[in-house]
Structure formats: C-alpha cells, structure tokens
Design a protein around this ligand. Structure first.
Ligand code: GLU
Length: 484
C-alpha cells in the first residue's frame, strides 16, 4: 500500500444530516487535506428498511453547503467504485463465501420467533441477550443442502469464545473487548444484503482506506471489524473514534433538547463558515485561544492526535456568537443576498434592492443569525409604535420630550424627502431652537421611531421608512404616549 492517506465518510442516508455526521465528514476532510490525501464519500445503504428517497441528494447538497468536497464519490466516481454499497452486492457475496470456506462464518437458520424466544429466556435468567451459537457447529454439508433447498438463512461470523480483541485507537489509545461478550454478528442478512459490519470492512480494505475516523458510537463494533480483518488476513487501518456530542446537561445530543439536523441550522440562518468553525471545535482542541478559524486555518491547524476523549458539549450560545461574528464580517452584497429570504419570511417587502440593502445593514449589527431579522419586522414595516419598555415610557414623559417631537414633526413634514443627512440637519436645528442636546434630544426621537431605547442605526431606519411613515409614527407617539 502506498503512503497516501485515504479516508472516507461513510454515511447511511437516512434523510437528514446529523450534526455529528457533519463533524465526522469535516474531520475526515481536514485530515485528508492536511496530509495531501484522498477523501472518499461512500454511501452505506445496505439497510433497506431505512432508505429514504432523496436522502443521498440531500446529503450531497449539505456537504457542498458546508464546503466539504470529495475526491472519490458516487458523483465523481473513482478507481475503487462503485461508491454505493447497494451496487457492490456481488463483491460482498464473494467475501462471505471466503469466510464460510475458511470456517470463520457459518449459516444460521434460526427464525425470528426462535430468536425472540431465546432472548426472552435469557432475560428471564437475568442474562444479557446474546445469540447463543445454536448453529455454530451445525454440519456444513447439511447447512448447504438446506440453503440449496431454498430455506431462509443468515450468515454469522464465528467470534472466538475466549480471549480478547485489542486494537489501538488514535483518540483512546489501547482498547480491549472480551470476546465472550461479542455476538456472533450477522454478516449476510436474510434479504441477501450484507450488514454494515461486513460491507464496511470489505470496502475499507478494497478502497485502500488508511484511517477510519468516525463517531464513538461505532467503537463497540470495532472489535468485530478487527476480527474480520484478521479472518481475511488483511492489514488494518488506523482507527480514530470521535467523542460523543452532548447536550448542556451532558446527556447525549438529542432532538428533544434542540436541533440535531444540519438542515435545521441552515433553515435558521446559520452560515456554513460559522457552523463548520463551531463543529470543528467540538472535540478537537487547536491548543490556542483563538476561536475563529476559516476552513484553510482549520486545515492548517488540524491534528487527529489532538481530538479529545471526553464528550463535547454543544453550546448553542457559542454558536450564535460565532455566527454573529461571521455575519458582521460579510460585505454588504453577500450579506444582503443572505438575509433576503429571511426578510421575506418575516413578511417584508424585498422588491426594492436598495431598500433591501439598507435593511440588511440596519439589522446586521444586532442579529446573530438569519431568522433573527424577524424581531425587526414590525419596525422595518413601519408599524405604529407599540411601546412597553419602562425606560422608553419614562423618556417620553420627560419635560423636553414633547417640544422636541413636535418640532421634529413640523420640520420633517416640511421636507420633500427625509434622508439620513436631512435628518441630522433637522436634529441640529432642533437642538438650537429647543436648547436641548445629547440624550434629551436624541432619545425621544429614537424611542418614538423604534419603540425602544436601543436598536438599529436611527438614520438608516429613517431612510428605510421614508418621511411619511416617520412623521406618522412620531405623531402617533405624541398623541398616545406623551403627557402634554
Ligand atoms: N454507515 C455508518 C454510519 O452511518 C458508518 C460508520 C463508519 O464510519 O464506519 O455512520
């Protein structure tokens, strides 16, 4: 085998991409790029019950969104294809036969009812459920005959009864499993499809995979894989099992406590660079204080040896912060294009590109993600103020407020167009004429127009709303909220 690093992301397409899968895909990608290796995408679709239409397309789209690309895949092809397991059945069949021949696997005819009964009895005895090996020593010629006669069967691997299976994991070091605790795993199912275990090992070998980087949930399967490598007499890849992702309460990341699908985050208006940056730091420590990493920075800094063993807490506040950072770094053009669907979703008119751009600039400093623009929808639409904030109500009843707002209405009404410049000019005049300056001058106007004491840039908001709406709003406030 050459020294080229070859890694694979091997998802089972179940309809959505779990955030943990994104991390697995990302680490494989970073490791391949870092080592000038090859990144493979293999579709593991041998579980026919879990197939979902459009899942592969969705997966490819999501990877593209995240900026993760592959050198060999279902789309691109490559020297070791096909890259979809359902198209490799003859390959698995050949390997099953090899194991049967060598006695490392055997036919099993136990029916589903039989296995249920077995499990029930084990549970009644307080034992952990495990296949009891009832067909292990069944004579091979008799088994062949039953198969030829068309009887339903599966093929199981013969796990040694005693001893242990050990391997080295890049993340966890030496790992050992007691063989007597391992099941005689089914390798070929009744429907003629291989199980994940067989197909995965055969393909990793045939595709020249050098490093298996995957989630910790696959760790218990690994001794079975190690045994399969031995049965076949193949060199093993290196294994690296990535730590679990946890909720804030340290339970396993679950749908019940928040979103787990990458698609959910896309819908909410997270940026790919932010989600990638955030996910990269879940379980890997770059060993420096910096938190913002572009894909190139990540590629540069990534070390598989620096992946942690301990579970990584998914801190959505940190993700929000990070997304806000990326959002504020965007140029106006891309920012506007990114926010447009979210303004639209919030019911705002997005038909005028100039107004749209101003809306984007107005909200960008105050949001963390796309859907946050909804909080500004009423304001940007020019709804009549609805003021509830205590401090805002207080400001409207300060002695100078009414004078300031009345003069504002007078002056703004006299203008043909209220631009940010003319607005500033008016405010200067009011300052002089009313003898009021600083917060006593500015705050009432801000409150009257934005309903609050803080919010988006005022000249920009006024520019978006236009003179008529602004005058109507301030009048409304004078009539409904000011004392005198
Ligand atoms: N098909 C498995 C999955 O869905 C792949 C696990 C592995 O990488 O070996 O995650």
């Amino acid at each position: 085998m050459s020294n080229t690093v070859r890694v694979r992301f091997a998802p089972s397409p179940t309809g959505y991409v779990h955030i943990g899968s994104l991390r697995t895909a990302l680490y494989n990608y970073l490791f391949a790029r870092k080592n000038k290796g090859v990144n493979i995408l293999r579709i593991e679709d041998t579980d026919r019950n879990r197939l979902v239409e459009g899942a592969v397309e969705n997966l490819l789209r999501t990877m593209e969104w995240a900026g993760i690309d592959f050198d060999e895949s279902v789309e691109k092809g490559g020297p070791f294809g096909p890259y979809r397991q359902s198209e490799r059945l003859d390959i698995y069949k050949k390997h099953i036969d090899l194991l049967l021949e060598k006695g490392h696997a055997y036919y099993c005819f136990a029916t589903a009812e039989e296995l249920d009964e077995m499990r029930r009895q084990q549970e009644a005895r307080g034992e952990a459920p495990k296949y009891d090996g009832r067909y292990r020593d069944y004579p091979r010629d008799q088994a062949r005959r039953r198969v030829e006669q068309g009887e339903a069967y599966v093929v199981r691997m013969r796990v040694p009864d005693s001893g242990e299976t050990r391997f080295r994991d890049v993340v966890r070091g030496e790992v050992a499993f007691q063989n007597d605790l391992l099941d005689d795993q089914v390798l070929l199912k009744g429907d003629g499809f291989p199980t994940y275990h067989l197909a995965n090992v055969v393909d990793d070998h045939l595709m020249g995979v050098t490093h298996v980087i995957r989630g910790e949930e696959w760790l218990p399967s690994t001794p079975k894989h190690v045994l399969l490598y031995r049965f076949f007499g193949w060199e093993m890849p290196r294994f690296a099992h990535l730590p679990l992702l946890l909720n804030a309460d340290r339970s396993k990341l679950s749908k019940r406590q928040g979103d787990v699908a990458v698609e959910d985050y896309i819908k909410k208006g997270y940026l790919p660079q932010a989600l990638v940056n955030f996910v990269a730091l879940l379980g890997w420590n770059p060993g420096e204080d910096r938190e913002l990493f572009s894909m190139d920075d990540l590629t540069e800094a990534f070390r598989l040896e620096k992946v942690n063993k301990a579970g990584a807490v998914f801190d959505v506040d940190k993700l929000n912060w990070m997304n806000g950072q990326y959002l504020r770094e965007m140029d106006t053009g891309p920012l506007t294009a990114f926010l447009k669907p979210f303004f639209e979703q919030a019911g705002l008119d997005v038909s005028d590109p100039q107004v749209l751009e101003k809306m984007a600039r107005a909200v960008a400093p105050r949001i963390n993600k796309g859907e946050d623009v909804a909080a500004f929808a009423d304001l940007l639409r020019g709804e009549m103020p609805d003021i509830t904030e205590a401090e805002a109500l207080e400001i409207l009843n300060l002695p100078d407020t009414t004078g300031v707002l009345q003069r504002f209405v007078q002056k703004a009404s006299a203008l043909g167009h209220l631009s940010p410049e003319s607005f500033k000019q008016i405010m200067k005049e009011i300052q002089k004429e009313e003898g009021v300056k600083g917060p006593a001058l500015w705050k009432p106007v801000r409150v009257a127009i934005t309903s609050g004491t803080s919010g988006p840039d005022l000249p920009l908001v006024i520019d978006i709303l236009g003179r008529e709406k602004v005058v109507a709003m301030v009048r409304h406030v004078l009539e409904n909220y000011c004392n005198s």
